[in-house]
Write a protein of this length. Structure first.
Length: 105
């Protein structure tokens, strides 16, 4: 009987040691492969980003176009030109040129 108990105890110790060693080896391998997989993933991500077209810098928006003068602005400008012409500040040719500019002709 003592030989039987001793044999069972020895078997239990060997099995326990084997299980502990196996678990430790398995954890180390899992860490090693996880680190390797993370490195591979990072390299692939960099390669993918390198292949993507770079976004072009947004160009400045075009300057706003001058709004067409309203009818009141046009009338006011013509009145001012008329006053300048009557005062003799503008010659007939200058008045005609400025009037054409205001009217968009």
């Amino acid at each position: 009987m003592p030989g039987l108990i001793r044999g069972m105890a020895r078997t239990a110790v060997v099995a326990g040691t084997a299980t502990a060693v196996s678990g430790r080896v398995q954890r180390r391998q899992a860490e090693k492969y996880a680190s390797r997989d993370a490195q591979i993933y990072a390299e692939r991500e960099q390669a993918y980003e390198a292949q993507q077209p770079q976004p072009q810098q947004a160009s400045a928006p075009p300057p706003p176009q001058a709004a067409a003068p309203s009818q009141l602005d046009t009338i006011d400008a013509l009145k001012q030109l008329g006053e300048l012409h009557e005062q003799g500040i503008l010659t007939d040719e200058e008045f005609a040129a400025q009037k054409a500019k205001v009217l968009g002709s």
